[in-house]
Ligand binder design. Structure first.
Ligand code: PLP
Length: 385
């Protein structure tokens, strides 16, 4: 257990919540979850499931109707051709990552992890005895991941590469061409690849795609999917894996002895999310885009701050290192701590994502809160001695 730590993003939310409970007016950019309610049709499907007494155990890997809906949905949006034997329903995308790494990684195996990374990847790999080999991306290149950088990190011990596009925390999107190169590279070396598609429908400037639709990809690609962000369903806990049958069976085995099935009524709600009207997805995306444009501009206007424009997800990852060395602030963690205590703005320091000069702001919050919070940040930094 000493190899892992509490999720930094959850820790920030907890501290912000604690201060709020004492009556302090906190602006929170910490949590990575939509501020929109779950769409009505989805909620209604869960209510109907309750009324129908659909409240008992289901198969550990999910009801056939949901697996079918997942495969069809993925095929419709991305042109893949998975069937139910290549699909499992898990307790959120996080559970997919945990189970996949549990099934694949032995002590000492290397896992290539692009930086900045979602904090859970790092801890889950360490928990299972794997070694994360970090691959740097550059802020001045929009944190774009390249096959060349991945290639330099591969060794005979490499077992897995984890790609997350759009990326949490940077919002960077891997282009189709580059992703194909990365896939070619991993498949030619016999290395598995997780493509974490948690934010796959939240893409602003390009067409969403899945690398799993590429010829030959199915043999070494694991799609880690989630309904949490796309459908504002973070609390429902529904995710899924699309992967080679053998791996799905392994995950199913593990799941049958641990969590068993995702909550029965949440599965029915998930079916409705996937097969029902999709208008709410577009509406949320349009609103996120407006907020992204506002946040990038407002942060870039703060003297000394740089902020790459994210191509997807709902995070910005500005660099505040210009202010390091003032008022005892030497790291992003010092910065975030003082900002929370003195300016009452919660955000997540870059150390949680493997970089030391940035902080992550989630703009899954109202324009009003964005405006209030970024003004506070501006006042805070310009007042630093
Ligand atoms: C990159 C990424 N993958 C997966 C997840 C998992 O989400 P969930 O477990 O709610 O499906 C998250 C949540 O923040 C994420 O940022």
């Amino acid at each position: 257990m000493n190899r892992i730590s509490e999720s930094a993003t959850m820790a920030v939310s907890a501290e912000a919540g604690r201060l709020k409970a004492t009556g302090i007016d906190i602006v929170s950019f910490g949590a990575g979850e939509p501020d929109f309610p779950t769409p009505e049709n989805i909620k209604q499907a869960a209510i109907n499931a309750l009324d129908d007494n659909f409240t008992k155990y289901t198969p550990a890997g999910g009801i056939p109707q949901l697996k079918d809906a997942i495969c069809k949905h993925h095929s419709k949006y991305f042109g893949t051709n998975y069937d139910s034997s290549e699909c499992i329903v898990c307790v959120g995308g996080k559970h997919v990552i945990f189970n996949t790494v549990a099934a694949l990684i032995e002590d000492g195996d290397e896992v290539v992890l692009p930086v900045p990374y979602w904090v859970t990847f790092y801890d889950v790999v360490n928990y299972h005895g794997g070694r994360c080999i970090r691959v740097t991306t550059r802020e001045d290149q929009g944190f774009r991941l390249t096959a060349e950088a991945i290639e330099a990190a591969l060794t005979p011990k490499s077992k897995l590469v984890i790609v997350n596009s759009p990326n949490n925390p940077s919002g960077a999107v891997v282009s189709k061409k580059e992703f194909e190169k990365i896939h070619e590279l991993t498949s030619s070396r016999g290395v598995m690849m997780i493509t974490d598609e948690c934010y796959c429908r939240l893409v602003y400037d390009s067409e969403p795609f899945s690398i799993a639709a590429t010829d030959g990809a199915k043999s070494n690609v694991i799609v880690a999917g989630s309904l949490s962000k796309t459908y504002a369903m973070t609390g429902w806990r529904v995710g899924f894996a699309l992967a080679p049958k053998e791996l799905i069976s392994a995950i199913n085995k593990l799941q049958s002895h641990t969590t068993s099935n995702v909550t029965s009524i949440a599965q029915k709600a998930a079916v409705e999310a996937l097969v029902g009207p999709q208008d709410s997805v577009q509406e949320m995306l349009d609103e996120y885009r407006r907020r992204r444009d506002f946040a990038v501009q407002a942060l870039s206007d703060i003297p000394g701050v740089t902020c790459a424009t994210p191509g997807g997800a709902f995070y910005v990852y500005p660099n505040f290192s210009y202010y390091f060395g003032r008022n005892g602030i030497d790291t992003a963690t010092d910065f975030a701590t003082q900002l929370l205590q003195q300016a009452h703005v919660a955000l997540v320091p870059g150390e949680a994502f493997g970089t030391s000069q940035h902080v992550r702001l989630s703009y899954a919050t109202s324009m009003h809160e964005l405006d209030r919070g970024i003004s506070r940040i501006r006042n805070f930094v310009t007042g630093l001695a």
